[in-house]
Design a protein around this ligand. Structure first.
Ligand code: ADP
Ligand code: MG
Length: 388
């Protein structure tokens, strides 16, 4: 592949999707002197609110795609469920990274797992469920399991835990009888993720793995560096993530999520063709964030190895926190947490808090992981946030 010309600050970068990941991308791009154009139908989209240009239109709106391609010198996406057709249309005129083919694999759990296996990266034992006739053929060893829709699932949505065949049949109906995978429910010792950036020239750099705690399928807390996972397992995860990116000829920021089982075995769970919630602490705890790396890969700028300068702990702030008091949403009194040293508050500018909706996050940096932990606990206490 011939390398596209380097884009210098002053150029316009385009992004499909206007959520919080787009917003943090825009912040990083603007800091480097780039202009940003965001395509998102929502007039209040977090990224649209801060970009120089917000194209408020559907992702398949021809005129809007044309306008984005005209305005932006390079284009990326901030969520994986952008129609592949939109990426292909844009790629006719501009460099789009990651490419439609890589995004299409990340959009579909079955393709994703097939890709992991192609790269010899183990994943949870599973079978595809494409039709009701597949239900009877499910091997007993996959139960209890988790039935997951192949597409459009996120934050634990689009999946059901099933203990037996009757529950499996019911879950398949509940999920709309769409193509799914059934995975064996594993006993997880830990969860980690690897975020990497790969340039047009194939240079690949990565952050040390993040250690993640989920609650009800949604990321609640990230520790960085990971404290409970051995260096050997972390190195294995880093190598696996790199192999996955290499074989996709990936350009951009990629996250691969892993399960660590009790015996130290690693299983790839899923991947995201973009910066990831678990990597948010790189904004405050590293000298180059995952969002700046996204900007650099798009612009063809150098990718220096980031240096993590502070242990960090990230807490997600979900809409539930605004709704805890009763019917009317009430914003937490931020001044009490902002009084704590090393607390970095990030709010995404979303007006409507809803249960499970990601409204912001809080990163605590400190001289030691233990210190960050103690401050984060105190911050959670002051906010009335249940400690994960
Ligand atoms: P999502 O797209 O919603 O993030 P995931 O597949 O990552 O979907 O599942 C969300 C969370 O559910 C995981 O981070 C993990 O905590 C739990 N989980 C998912 N699959 C399994 C499994 N096979 N065994 C045990 N826990 C699982
Ligand atoms: Mg996940």
């Amino acid at each position: 592949m011939s390398l596209s010309p380097v884009l210098e600050p002053g150029a316009t970068l385009g992004v499909l999707g206007g959520g919080q990941l787009g917003r943090m991308f825009v912040h990083a791009a603007q800091r480097l002197g780039f202009r940003c154009a965001v395509l998102d139908p929502d007039p209040d989209s977090p990224a649209g609110l801060v970009a120089e240009r917000h194209l408020r239109a559907d992702y398949l709106d021809e005129a809007a795609l044309l306008a984005l391609a005209e305005e932006a010198s390079a284009i990326t996406t901030e969520f994986e469920n952008v129609p592949a057709q939109a990426l292909r249309r844009l790629a006719e005129r501009r460099v789009v990274s990651p490419g439609a083919q890589a995004v299409a694999i990340c959009q579909d759990r079955a393709l994703e797992k097939a890709h992991f296996e192609r790269c010899r990266v183990p994943c949870a034992p599973h079978v595809p469920i494409d039709a009701s006739t597949d239900l009877a053929a499910v091997p007993q060893r996959l139960l209890p399991g988790i039935l997951k829709t192949n597409t459009l699932g996120y934050d634990g949505k689009g999946q059901r835990t099933v203990s037996d065949r009757a529950a499996l049949a019911q879950a398949w109906l509940d999920l709309g009888s769409v193509p799914c995978v059934l995975e064996r429910r594993l006993e997880l010792a830990h969860e980690i993720s690897v975020v990497l950036a790969r340039g047009q020239d194939g240079q690949c750099i990565q952050f040390a793995p993040f250690q993640n705690h989920h609650r009800q399928g949604i990321l609640a807390l990230t520790l960085w560096p990971a404290v409970d996972v051995t260096a050997a397992v972390q190195a294995q995860a880093a190598a696996a993530a790199r192999a996955v990116a290499e074989s996709l000829q990936y350009v951009g920021v990629l996250c691969v999520e892993f399960f660590v089982l009790a015996d130290g075995t690693l299983c790839a769970n899923e991947m995201a063709p973009r910066p990831h919630n678990s990597g948010h602490c790189t904004i405050d705890a590293s000298d180059c964030s995952q969002f700046e790396l996204q900007v650099r890969t798009m612009a063809g700028l150098p990718l220096p190895v980031p240096r993590a300068h502070s242990p960090a702990l990230m807490l997600n702030l979900l809409g539930d926190l605004w709704l805890a008091g009763g019917q009317r949403p009430v914003a937490p009194a931020w001044r009490y947490v902002l009084a704590l040293p090393g607390v970095h508050l990030h709010l995404y500018g979303k007006r409507q808090p809803r249960p499970g909706r990601k409204m912001g996050h809080l990163t605590v940096t400190a001289d030691t992981q233990d210190h960050a932990h103690r401050t984060a606990r105190e911050a959670a206490h002051r906010l009335g946030l249940a400690w994960p």
